[in-house]
Design a binder for this molecule. Sequence first.
Ligand code: NAP
Length: 259
Amino acid sequence: MFNSLQGRSAVVTGGSKGIGKGIAATFAAAGVDVVITGRNQADVDAAVAELSGKSGTVTGVAADVTSPEDCRRVVATAVERHGALDIVCANAGIFPSGRIEDLTPEDIEEVIGVNFKGTVYIVQAALSALTDSGHGRIVVTSSITGPFTGYPGWSHYGASKAAQLGFIRTAAMELAPKNITINAVLPGNIITEGLVDMGQEYMDQMTAAVPAGRLGTVADIGNAALFFATDEAGYITGQSLVVDGGQILPESQAAIAEQ
Ligand code: NAP
């Protein structure tokens, strides 16, 4: 049985849509008070309205994770509203497609800026508050793409997701004496606004590649993130958990057909 997380305080970046909104919903259902972020104020407001009425409160603040100043403001907001900050979910991310020959320096900077630098900035901003918490938890949303798999058009994206894992291994060592853990969830293909934008053909192709026979839900990722946030997961740090319905396992398409 897990200890209750009722009354804990969390920040979820990119919580206005998709996986982040799912993580916020799971945490709030467990009694965690959550501040969600996103750049678009209207989307933040809509998500806050949608997630109201749960055991924990959900409030929002518009912020861009590529700005260290914005990240500090988000953390200050959570501490002001909840009296502390115990959990940070560094989830905000983008996945624009671009073949290597077409990638501009700006394309590369944008993806690395949001996905990798944005992760580092929110962790930096939260360090003091998470230390004060005495049981700080950081959960990073990485991906199977980069750490385990590749997909044409996502070389820069995959690199940014692998970079997050390189970051958490040393971060875990630096943060352990402060009783802060940092771990990563590596989603497969999860039904989100961002994934739907990829088109039905892409989603059908991905579904066919998953041994479980379905795409993932945001709750699948929320549950994994919640586990890393528990007291019981306090001895786990610097690790990554793949949540993909078995997508990275088949050696070939034939292996899936034969299951
Ligand atoms: P999504 O539906 O497009 O949602 C992305 C969220 O991040 C939105 O709330 C978005 O809000 C926010 N965001 C984007 N850029 C931001 C910035 N610079 N500052 C602050 N917030 C920002 O995407 P998703 O599918 O949920 O993906 C979320 C995370 O999961 C990403 O890190 C992604 O790499 C990872 N992931 C997703 C999948 C999948 O299948 N969906 C698979 C593997 C990994 P604004 O646009 O308003 O800022």
